[in-house]
Design a protein around this ligand. Structure first.
Ligand SMILES: Nc1ncnc2c1ncn2[C@@H]1O[C@H](COP(=O)(O)OP(=O)(O)O)[C@@H](O)[C@H]1O
Ligand SMILES: [Mg+2]
Length: 305
């Protein structure tokens, strides 16, 4: 394993931004880190890169502990922060030379040529960073992240703000890099994670709520049905609905029940019968097939029972 995270927690004042998160990742794996804004993605990544100290718990990168060996950890990590802080008035080549110097890279010109080629910056290499489009700035950000050939890449929302063409280019680059390196890539967009990653970690309110392969997650949700039933009042128990054959979970929010069930066992007649047996009046009943987007919404919704 090249990343092992063990019960990492970060508390800001009274807020637990990251709550006892554990996961691991291995080389050749692109792990998607998915969650709504404020979920704790950037905070987790900053702790892995030794920019923030955890309140408790720890992590290892390539066998080095982030608390005991931060210098070794940083040597093994290429980090593209969320805001991609670049020096706008520097030339692309000059900036990469500066970063190569920080990493004490031997023969920097050769290495700069290599990363310029890898990230497709040949035409832009003599331009001032401030004049580049957002897509090319992201390429410069990626170039600085890989210049010391790290085994692990931590990319914080690298595609946000890019147009379709730029997005395709950056995704292709990440895909290439993921063949050898361990890549953790954050996004709040489900489809993007689906397109790029082998595995997905879903974080919400600082808590890791899913750690699955894309295939398993898809298998888990495919063929599931979500039925929403609205009753004439909120004075009822959800228990008879939990007992309906084929029902997986039931969530009650006032006069509204959200019921998840297996697709093949059509659960609607059972739900209808349970309502009649309980003397309840159904005002509305609708169902939808679960897709990746709806499982994400369901997983990241606040549980109200
Ligand atoms: N330095 C900080 N001080 C106080 N609160 C912070 C700080 N950094 C992040 N937070 C809070 O921690 C939570 C998680 O933030 P963040 O990790 O940036 O989420 P994400 O990257 O998933 O959008 C947010 O509620 C944010 O306001
Ligand atoms: Mg963030």
């Amino acid at each position: 394993m090249s990343i092992v995270v063990n019960g990492i927690t970060k508390i800001f004042g009274t807020q637990t931004a990251v709550n006892n998160v554990s996961f691991s990742a291995k080389p050749g794996e692109i792990v998607g880190f998915l969650g709504p804004n404020g979920a704790g993605k950037s905070t987790t990544m900053k702790m892995l890169c030794c920019y923030l100290e955890p309140s408790s718990g720890t992590a290892e990168v390539e066998g080095f502990d982030i608390l005991k060996n931060p210098l070794e950890v940083r040597k093994n990590i290429g980090y593209l922060p969320e805001q991609n802080p670049l020096y706008d008035d520097m030339y692309v080549r000059e900036y990469l030379g500066f970063v190569a110097g920080l990493h004490k890279i031997k023969n920097p010109d050769k290495r700069i040529d290599e990363v310029i080629q890898t990230t497709g910056l040949e035409k832009e290499q003599h331009k001032i960073i401030g004049t580049l489009s957002k897509g090319y700035k992201q390429r410069v950000g990626l170039a600085q992240a890989i210049i010391h050939d790290p085994k692990v890449l931590i990319l914080d929302e690298p595609t946000s703000g890019l147009d379709m063409n730029q997005l395709v280019g950056i995704r292709q680059l990440i895909r290439e890099m993921g063949k050898e390196k361990t890549v953790i890539f954050s996004s709040h967009i489900m489809q993007e994670i689906q397109a790029l990653c082998h595995r997905v970690l879903i974080i919400n309110d600082g808590v890791l709520i899913a750690d699955d392969s894309i295939a398993d997650l898809q298998a888990r949700v495919s063929g599931q049905t979500k039925v929403v039933v609205v009753f004439s009042n909120d004075q009822y128990s959800k228990d008879p609905f939990v007992a309906v054959p084929g029902v997986i979970s039931v969530q009650k929010e006032g006069d509204r029940l959200t019921i998840l069930g297996k697709d093949d066992a059509d659960i609607k007649p059972g739900i209808f019968k349970a309502a009649v047996d309980s003397g309840l009046t159904i005002v509305e009943m609708k169902s939808e097939l679960m897709n990746m987007e709806s499982i994400f919404r369901q997983l990241t919704q606040k549980q109200e029972i």
